[in-house]
Design a protein around this ligand. Structure first.
Ligand SMILES: [Fe+2]
Ligand SMILES: [Fe+2]
Length: 215
C-alpha cells in the first residue's frame, strides 16, 4: 500500500507525490470498473459532484458555528468554505457549458454509512475527533475518485478538470488531519483514524458499484 499518510511528521513535512495522494491511507482502492461506468453517466456524475461541493462548503460552515471557540479551526476553515463554494461554481459552469442542468441532490448513501460509525453519546472530544476524521475521509475518497477520473476519462478537457479537483481535495484531507492533531493527542488521532480507514473499506466493499455517484 506504500507509505502511510498517518506516519508522524509526514503530513507536516512533505508534500505528497501524485501517487501518494492516490494512496491517502485508504485501504481499498476504487473498483476500476467505476470510472468506466462514470464515463457513461457524466451528467449524473457532474450533478452528484456539484452537490458534494455544496455539502463540503455548508458542512465547513457548520463546523465553524459549532467550534467557534477554536481559533485555528475557524481561521483554516474559513477559506475552505470559499474554495469549496468555488468548486461548486466550477462544476455548475461545466454543467452549463454542456447544456446540462444541475438536477436534484440524491441521497448520500456513502456519507450516511460513515455517519453510522460516529461515536454517539461519547465525550465531546471523541465526537469532535470523529467529525474531523469523517471530513478527512470524504476528502481522501473524493481525491482518489477524482484521480481515477483525471486518468481514465476519454475526454481530455474533463481529465484536466478533475486533476485540479484531485489536487485541491488532497490538500483538504491533510488540513482536517492536521486540525485533529492540533486539538487532540496525535496517538489518539492515529488510532481512531486506523479504525475509520478499516470501517470505510468495509463500506466501499459492500456498497453497490454504480457510476452515477462520486462515492
Ligand atoms: Fe471541493
Ligand atoms: Fe474538499
Amino acid at each position: 500500500m506504500g507509505r502511510s499518510v498517518q506516519e508522524p511528521g509526514y503530513l507536516r513535512m512533505m508534500e505528497p507525490t501524485p501517487e501518494q495522494k492516490n494512496i491517502l491511507g485508504l485501504h481499498l482502492p476504487t473498483d476500476p470498473r467505476w470510472v468506466d461506468l462514470a464515463g457513461i453517466a457524466l451528467e449524473d456524475i457532474l450533478t452528484d459532484h456539484a452537490w458534494c461541493e455544496q455539502k463540503a462548503a455548508t458542512s465547513c460552515i457548520s463546523l465553524i458555528h459549532r467550534y467557534a471557540d477554536k481559533e485555528k479551526l475557524v481561521s483554516e476553515l474559513a477559506p475552505i468554505v470559499t474554495e469549496e463554494w468555488g468548486h461548486f461554481r466550477l462544476v455548475l459552469a461545466e454543467l452549463t457549458r454542456r447544456g446540462l442542468k444541475l438536477g436534484r441532490q440524491r441521497k448520500d448513501i456513502y456519507v450516511n454509512k460513515l455517519i453510522e460509525f460516529e461515536k454517539k453519546g461519547a465525550p465531546e472530544e471523541d465526537r469532535f475527533l470523529d467529525r474531523l476524521l469523517i471530513f478527512a475521509l470524504i476528502e481522501a475518497r473524493s481525491c482518489e475518485r477524482f484521480k481515477r477520473l483525471s486518468e481514465h476519462l476519454d475526454d481530455e478537457y474533463l481529465r484536466n478538470f478533475y486533476r485540479r479537483f484531485m489536487e485541491s481535495e488532497a490538500g483538504h484531507y491533510h488540513l482536517f488531519i492536521g486540525l485533529a492533531e492540533t486539538y487532540i493527542a496525535k496517538d489518539k488521532v492515529r488510532a481512531r483514524w486506523k479504525e475509520w480507514l478499516h470501517y470505510e473499506a468495509g463500506v466501499m466493499e459492500t456498497q453497490e458499484l454504480r457510476g452515477d455517484r462520486i462515492h
